[in-house]
Design a protein around this ligand. Structure first.
Ligand SMILES: *Cc1c(COP(=O)(O)O)cnc(C)c1O
Length: 358
């Protein structure tokens, strides 16, 4: 019997993935030139589908990278001359901040303990910060920052660039790209694909900043995948380096499937499944939701503290062919993480709850 993966990335593959992969093989996508019209059509198709799905306006380009963590470095190199500002409340937001330090940016940080979240009212962005680095869904602790709070913050600081890590939640968060300058994700989380592709969304303000920094001899925006070079190629739906053509093709197909279902339906189903899980955890004697504030509870990665060692829960689920994630870092042995991505159905979540009850 096959497993169902409730792990927060790599995760359960979207059901139509196999069919799209088979078709891609039949069409010999792995061998086509990335300088061909066929590739330009594939890029354009993925671009169109993602634009529709995430409501991305023409002010923003959509670029492909190796992974999401590559985008941490790209956005810091291309959009920060001196100072960045980070909200840190877990391991992934911490890594974004670590990258900024490693690139010798002057970093500003507002930290909260693991399991706690941010609201706009808590936050004062330092005067000289050029880029505000936010994490929509902190995968390590199961905390979300609501888009409305991000939008509120940007309205308070309209001149600063805002970049949002949506790696373990996109397409769930409804970001207003009239306000958000940049966002990014990887395909192995909520898009239900194997790992191997990052997607970077960035607007003209980010491009202008990169072009401005490029004129400065005392600083570098890097050599690989700079925003000006990505953008120049993007105009003809091309890429500077040989890209993961197969995955760009598959991402376009998955995004098309999501659009067929409709983003509103996907968001509603995510919330329904999330409600089922939190309701069960709240009522259970064996588990407790880790995140206390309802508004900070992630809809896509649900974290529970387990009364018994989490390894026992994970092993029991495994014998029923359900793979649940362990806690992150120091919570490895006391927590479980459950991904609530579009690839898992309401029925599968219900079966998982039945299993966790045992
Ligand atoms: C997984 C994850 C990343 C890193 O993505 P990679 O594909 O491993 O580069 C970054 N941020 C968050 C919130 C994540 O969950």
């Amino acid at each position: 019997m096959k497993n169902t993966y409730f792990t927060p990335g790599p995760a359960e593959l979207y059901p139509s993935f196999y069919q799209h992969l088979q078709k891609a093989m039949d069409e010999q996508i792995g061998s086509i030139s990335h300088r061909s019209q066929r590739f330009q059509d594939i890029y354009k198709f993925a671009d169109d589908q993602l634009r529709t799905l995430l409501n991305i306006p023409d002010t923003h380009g959509i670029f492909f990278t190796g992974s999401a963590s590559e985008v941490w470095e790209r956005v810091l190199l291309n959009c920060v001359e001196h100072e960045s500002f980070h909200l840190v409340n877990g391991s992934f937001s911490q890594k974004f901040y670590d990258y900024a330090n490693a690139l010798h940016k002057h970093t500003n940080v507002l930290e909260k303990p693991f399991g706690e979240g941010f609201d706009a009212a808590d936050i004062e962005v330092p005067e000289y910060a050029e880029l505000v680095c936010l994490t929509h869904n902190e995968t390590s602790s199961g905390v979300q920052m609501r888009p409305a709070e991000m939008h509120k913050l940007k309205r308070k600081y309209p001149k600063k660039l805002f970049c949002v890590d949506t790696v373990s939640s996109s397409p769930y968060p409804d970001l207003d790209f009239g306000l958000i300058d940049s966002a990014f994700f990887s395909v192995q989380k909520a898009f239900g694909m194997p790992a191997g592709l990052g997607v970077w969304i960035a607007n003209q303000s980010c491009l202008e900043k990169a072009e401005y920094l490029q004129q400065n001899d005392t600083l570098t925006i890097g050599a690989h995948h700079t925003l000006p070079v990505l953008w120049k190629h993007y105009k003809t739906y091309e890429t500077p380096a040989t890209p993961n053509v197969l995955y760009i093709y598959l991402l376009g197909k998955i995004a098309e499937d999501f659009n067929r279902t409709g983003i509103d339906t996907i968001r509603r189903q995510t919330e329904e499944k999330g409600r089922m899980l939190y309701k069960f955890l709240d009522a259970s004697d064996a588990y407790e939701p880790f995140v206390k504030q309802d508004r900070h509870r992630s809809q896509t990665v649900i974290v529970a503290t387990t009364k018994q060692p989490s390894a026992d829960v994970i092993t029991a689920a495994k014998t029923a062919n359900m793979v649940v994630g362990s806690g992150y870092g120091k919570f490895k042995e006391s927590q479980i993480r459950i991904a609530n991505f579009p690839a898992v159905s309401t029925e599968q979540i219900a079966s998982l709850i039945d299993q966790l009850k045992k």
